[in-house]
Design a protein around this ligand. Structure first.
Ligand SMILES: [Zn+2]
Length: 192
């Protein structure tokens, strides 16, 4: 039976690299895959998943209104799909996570979703919230804080390098940057 996997992490833990490696492994065995990524920060009108170590692959863009079950089913009818990959899975809606559950349960196609667990305030995104709740398998991709501890949190830093403690969950076109930190350092900067 196919399963729904959620690989979650903070920023810069190598999610896209892991996704691209796994997709490559399928294709190397002659299997057919599709990669989706969020339309959110797309600046060129075409989808691409790129990793920091230089790998990249074309991807289909998803936005809030897309029905991923219908989309996958149509492709699957044309050519049998062996695996569905989702990059930036934190941006899925609740409805879309349900659609992916249907892909797994009704079409029997494995879905591998990769995304952030929490936002810059330590709250789950909608996509990660429901993936954490409904996935068959959860796996953490680990990265480290500047102090050497495991980094499970993301801190949003403004132009002056100060932690941002309020604002929209998703910021488009700003100059802020993000840094992964352990819970202790996240708390000091954001909660205290
Ligand atoms: Zn730390």
């Amino acid at each position: 039976m196919a399963q729904l996997y959620f690989y979650y992490s903070a920023m810069n833990a190598g999610k896209s690299t892991a996704l691209l490696q796994s997709a490559y492994n399928y294709r190397e065995r002659g299997m057919n895959t599709v990669i989706f990524t969020a339309a959110l920060d797309d600046r060129y009108g075409t989808g691409k998943v790129a990793s920091r170590i230089g790998l990249q692959a074309d991807a289909r863009l998803f936005s809030d209104t897309d029905n991923l079950f219908d989309n996958v089913m149509m492709q699957h009818r044309q050519q049998k799909l062996h695996c569905v990959f989702i990059d930036e899975a934190q941006f899925l809606t609740r409805a879309q996570v349900r659609q992916l559950v249907e892909v797994v349960d009704e079409l029997d196609i494995p879905v591998l979703a990769y995304g952030l667990r929490t936002d810059f305030l330590g709250e789950t995104f909608a996509g990660s919230h429901y993936l954490l709740a409904w996935a068959d398998k959860l796996a953490e991709l680990k990265t480290v804080c500047h102090c050497g501890r495991k980094a499970s949190f993301v801190v949003r830093l403004d132009d002056n390098g100060e932690a941002v403690t309020c604002g929209d969950q998703v910021q488009i076109g700003g100059n802020d940057r993000y840094e992964s930190m352990c819970r202790k350092h996240f708390k000091q900067l954001v909660w205290d």
